[in-house]
Design a protein around this ligand. Structure first.
Ligand SMILES: *Cc1c(COP(=O)(O)O)cnc(C)c1O
Length: 254
């Protein structure tokens, strides 16, 4: 296990407190209560000690973007402090391949990145075969939508990196996910595309969220906003922001 100094952990505490203040200010600016916006601490490429430090400071929502890292980090935190680890909620926020669905379903408490029917089907199948999820306790999933106005509409092959379902295909994907009792359509996730105004992108996401809720009234999560654009996301109704760099510094591991 990696060596992490007390000094490093103290610096994380300071960063978390400083970011908390910035997030609270963004909420006030948007006329929202800070309690309306959950902060997901993205621990990717940082050691389990960093994730544990986040938990110690009260950040119980943690995010990872690779299936194998999610499992390793979750296990690492469990070994360091089983009591605190039991209170953590792990969010899978990365691109999902069908053949990794089993790993993700075994370790994630919410999946943010359902972006096509084939992935939804694989996750549903894995959830059905898992002892963690059932019709009584369905796995909450978010549909990742592509906010790039130039996004192609047709389905890509599984290796293409499309970054979400086309907005015009969102309702259809939601309907397919909802066919599975082991999954619960919980809302939307998006990453603002580079070279576009995040405010405009997240305003579009808010519209899509309203559209989704016509058919799925309980799907009220909007996962949007990262270190560089969280104020625009909060201003446009984000319920969950996913933040790494501001909390933990530049990523260390490859
Ligand atoms: C890495 C990552 C984040 C966090 O990004 P930062 O800029 O470090 O805050 C958020 N969402 C996703 C999907 C990510 O992969």
């Amino acid at each position: 296990m990696s060596e992490v100094s007390e000094q490093e952990l103290g610096a994380i505490d300071e960063r978390i407190a400083a970011f908390r203040a910035r997030l609270d200010a963004a909420c006030v600016q948007a006329g929202r209560e800070p309690s309306e916006v959950a902060l997901i601490a993205v621990t990717k490429n940082h050691p389990p000690e960093y994730a544990l430090q986040a938990l110690r400071s009260g950040l119980l929502e943690l995010g990872e973007n690779r299936p194998q890292d999610l499992i390793a980090k979750r296990d690492g935190v469990e070994q360091l402090d089983p009591g605190l680890a039991a209170r953590a909620r792990w969010h899978f926020i990365g691109r999902l391949q069908r053949n990794k669905a089993k790993q993700v379903v075994a370790a994630a408490d919410m999946v943010h990145s359902i972006d096509r029917v084939a992935v939804a089907e694989a996750v549903a199948k894995a959830a059905t075969g898992s002892d963690r999820w059932s019709a009584a306790t369905p796995l909450p999933v978010l549909l990742q939508v592509n906010l790039d106005p130039a996004a192609p509409r047709e389905e890509h092959d599984s290796t293409a990196s499309r970054g979400g379902v086309h907005p015009l295909e969102m309702s259809q994907l939601a309907a397919r996910v909802a066919e599975h009792d082991e999954l619960r359509v919980a809302g939307l996730m998006a990453i603002a595309p580079l070279d576009h105004d995040p405010g405009e992108c997240f305003a579009r996401l808010a519209e899509l969220s309203m559209q989704l809720r016509l058919d799925h009234p309980a799907a009220d999560i909007i996962s949007a906003g990262m270190t560089g654009d969280f104020p625009a996301a909060v201003a446009n109704g984000a319920t969950h922001v996913r933040v790494g760099t501001a909390l933990f510094g530049e990523r260390q591991l490859a």
